[in-house]
Design a protein around this ligand. Sequence first.
Ligand code: SAM
Length: 185
Amino acid sequence: MAEKLNILRLGYRKGRDPRITTHLALVSRALGADNFILAGDEDNDMFENISGVNQRFGGSMECEHTDKPMKWLRNFVNQDAGDGQPGVAIHLTMYGQPYRQVIPQIRKDRPVVVVVGGAKVPSEVFELSQYNLAVGNQPHSEVAALALFLEAWNGPSASEKLLEDGELIIHPSAKGKDVTDTRKE
Ligand code: SAM
């Protein structure tokens, strides 16, 4: 079984960037993350939205909130990644190294956290993370950076993976919507 894949979203501000952060969670879920950790403001509506998407479209990604993201990250990297042993932190930043070149060097036998920044990223994130990876060295979107990273990390079929136990099953179609609603069967 693959090791647990966490996404840590720093600096969430409710009311200022709800769509971007919801999209980060949706991309995380669709591209194979197990756990989405929101730092900054709490937002139960967003968590309920993701849990509704899980119910309708399948999958089991969990969401949690932390009000001490640096403590969470220090603990993950130095002590306990969930099983009492340290894990691997990968920080996505335009100042980092090319992600496609470095990914093959990263161990995959330990839980991972992918750190995505908000408005201001504390310098400690760069120091604590074993890897600082750039999806190109230009500023763009955290959603795009996360999506490209996750597809490279999980392989090209990551975005085609079927998530289990959804009420709605989408069948790929050249035209229109082909959906089975299992509640009607
Ligand atoms: N101004 C912020 C700072 O102090 O670094 C960054 C703002 S940026 C819109 C938000 C996040 O998007 C970054 O922290 C990073 O995680 C991600 N991001 C943006 N461009 C990126 C790139 N080229 N490569 C990797 N991640 C990127």
